[in-house]
Design a protein around this ligand. Structure first.
Ligand code: IPE
Ligand code: IPE
Ligand code: MG
Length: 247
């Protein structure tokens, strides 16, 4: 089916976030080690990014490593960090040439130095690009992010740089690692799991969710189109009633 032709390109979400899940199961189903699945997941990222650009999506946020993922077997964690460094080194020139601006959210200082260096270089190289923002969530968890914001706000209140009555939704936004990034309109999770796993808890207050059984290494352009079509079939009421919405 030609899903792309059914999409209203004037009403695609500005920001799509994805919980890329199912790499391990994908590999194990074929008798391989989990890392084999992570490697193939990189190809899905390439495809999804291309499709997102076609759809004029401005921000694509990918949950690549959660703070809880440190609890995985040592070899898997090391393999994931290595994959991050190698993939960035391999892809960054093409990403940069095709207008991708790389951003990160999460506790980047908690990553191995080699990852931090590669990320910093890639962010610097792509900083003036405007085609699409690729936001990698690395060593990220929403509870970490919220606590981090609360600590910074408390510090500023204590030093009299901020008065309590200035604390608002907008101010809180500006203390998060997603500051300057609009909230996602659409959140996709692959692999049939129906949970958030500590991702963007603050930012998804009014986000539409799309769950698919597809495992991340099998996720391709059509799967993004299907998710966007699903999004376009929703009525987003933001607490109002249907009749109040201007169509
Ligand atoms: C998602 O795939 C990638 C990361 C969390 C880094 P998983 O590795 O969680 O794969 P499953 O869920 O075990 O199949
Ligand atoms: C969520 O997937 C984190 C990433 C995709 C990076 P997990 O596989 O870690 O989530 P749980 O453990 O199934 O909730
Ligand atoms: Mg998983």
């Amino acid at each position: 089916m030609d899903y792309l032709s059914k999409i209203d390109l004037t009403k695609t979400p500005k920001h799509v976030a994805i919980i890329m899940d199912g790499n391990g199961r994908w590999a194990q189903k074929q008798g391989h080690l989990r890392l084999y699945g992570h490697n193939f997941g990189v190809e899905s990222i390439r495809e999804t990014l291309k499709a997102a650009k076609e759809l004029k999506i401005q921000y694509l946020t990918l949950y690549a490593f959660s703070t809880e993922n440190w609890n995985r077997p040592k070899e898997e964690v090391a393999g994931l960090m290595d994959l991050l460094v190698k993939s960035l080194a391999n892809e960054i020139k093409e990403l940069s040439d095709t207008g991708v601006r790389l951003l990160t959210i999460g506790d980047i200082e908690g990553l191995p130095q080699e990852c931090q260096d590669e990320l910093q270089e890639s962010i610097e190289l792509t900083k003036n690009n405007t085609e699409i923002n690729l936001v990698l969530a690395l060593n990220y968890s929403a509870r970490w992010e919220i606590i981090d914001a609360v600590k910074k706000i408390a510090t500023n209140v204590k030093s009299n740089d901020l008065s309590i009555d200035k604390i608002s939704t907008e101010l809180f936004d500006s203390y998060l690692s997603t500051k300057d990034i609009p909230d996602p309109e659409l959140l996709i999770r692959t692999s049939g799991e129906h949970r958030i796993s500590n991702f963007l808890l603050w930012q998804i207050a009014y986000t539409e969710f799309h769950f698919t059984e597809v495992l991340w290494p099998d996720f391709k352009r059509d799967d993004l189109y299907k998710a966007v079509l699903d999004f376009q079939s929703r009525e987003r009421r933001f607490g109002m009633v249907s009749e109040q919405l201007t169509k």
